[in-house]
Write a protein that binds this ligand. Structure first.
Ligand SMILES: NCc1[nH]cc(CCC(=O)O)c1CC(=O)O
Ligand SMILES: [Mg+2]
Length: 329
């Protein structure tokens, strides 16, 4: 007797494998997060993210040109805010001459076609390292939403193509959409971090921006009252459907690898593009294991990006964007 199906036949050689391959990853699938710092001629490596840097605006230009030349068509901007500019309300976030607002203009002036998305959350601007305003030991929802909507408007005014609220307050997408519409920014999109988990994988990011929740009395030690419980699945669909109803153009699942079941659930449930954020801790894990010689760095990078896309991501925000684009070229 012979086997009725010889599945190995389709795996005989690379030509055949590539013919029947279900998921192809290209630089079109990547969005590059960028960390920006005040000053000149600065390219600072982030200790817990080897090979990843914070750039001052002058050096940002060359980086953005290189990304574009490699086929990466979108960036997601984050700023490291000077300590003396931080307060509880994130007042600096709406400064028309602030670092973010100048960064948006710098990117658009350098490569006008580059799609610029901006992180909207108060944590880099907050003396307490929280995404919203704090009062009596609690993160206020509605007051924070009001501040976040103004922040989004300020980014739109500076020229952002999309704002990307990462704060997980309730009702912020509706508030942002309404404010943007009423101010004439009808074409500014919203990419909502709609299913964002209270994950331990954000540590290196908080090092990069010096934005971790501070350890002080009456300040919440973590973000569990607004970011989602990693144990929850159904809730991710509820959160995401609500954000779409409120006006989100793109929804996001974050982090990536531990949440690919959520990615597939959401891909099946919605008819808008689904983004996935492969976060800083995921980057750091691969770097650390590769540094020790325990994993094949390049193979693992491509395998993870392929897996995220296979799970249902329409694109991936990834610190490997530039590197993987080079690998693929
Ligand atoms: N709200 C800000 C924000 N936007 C993206 C990340 C994490 C990204 C990463 O780890 O790569 C965070 C940190 C956090 O929520 O604490
Ligand atoms: Mg929500």
């Amino acid at each position: 007797m012979f086997p009725l199906q010889r599945n190995r036949r389709l795996r005989t050689n690379e030509a055949l494998r590539s013919l029947v391959r279900e998921t192809i990853v290209t630089p079109n699938d990547f969005q590059a997060p960028l960390f920006i710092v005040e000053g000149e001629n600065k390219k600072e490596e982030i200790a817990s993210m080897p090979g990843y840097f914070r750039y001052s605006l002058d050096l940002l230009k060359a980086e953005v040109k290189e990304l574009w030349s490699l086929g990466i068509k979108s960036v997601l901007l984050f700023v490291k805010v000077e300590e003396n500019l931080k307060d509880n309300k994130g007042s600096e976030a709406v400064n028309a001459e602030g670092l973010m607002q100048r960064a948006i203009k710098t990117v658009k002036d350098t490569v006008p076609e580059m799609i610029v998305m901006t992180d909207v959350a108060l944590d880099p601007y907050s003396i307490y390292g929280h995404d919203g305003i704090i009062e009596n030991g609690k993160v206020l929802n509605d007051e924070s939403v009001e501040a976040l909507a103004k922040m989004a408007l300020s980014h739109a005014q500076a020229g952002a193509d999309f704002v990307a609220p990462s704060d997980m307050m309730d009702g912020r997408i509706l508030a942002m959409r309404q404010l943007l519409e009423s101010e004439g920014f009808i074409n500014t999109g919203i990419m909502s971090y709609s299913a964002k988990y209270a994950s331990a994988f954000y540590g290196p990011f908080r090092d990069a921006l010096d934005s971790a929740p501070v350890d002080a009395q009456d300040i919440p030690k973590d973000k569990k009252t607004y970011q989602m419980d990693p144990a929850n699945r159904e809730e991710a669909i509820k959160e995401t459907l609500m954000d779409i109803e409120e006006g989100a153009d793109i929804v996001m699942v974050k982090p990536g690898l531990c949440y690919l079941d959520i990615v597939r659930d959401i891909k099946n449930a919605v008819d808008v593009p689904v983004a996935v954020y492969q976060v800083s801790g995921e980057y750091a894990m691969i770097k650390a294991a590769a540094e020790k010689g325990w994993l094949d760095h390049d193979a693992v990078v491509l395998e993870q990006l392929t897996a995220i896309k296979r799970a249902g991501a329409d694109f991936v925000s990834t610190y490997f964007a530039k590197y993987a684009a080079k690998l693929l070229s």
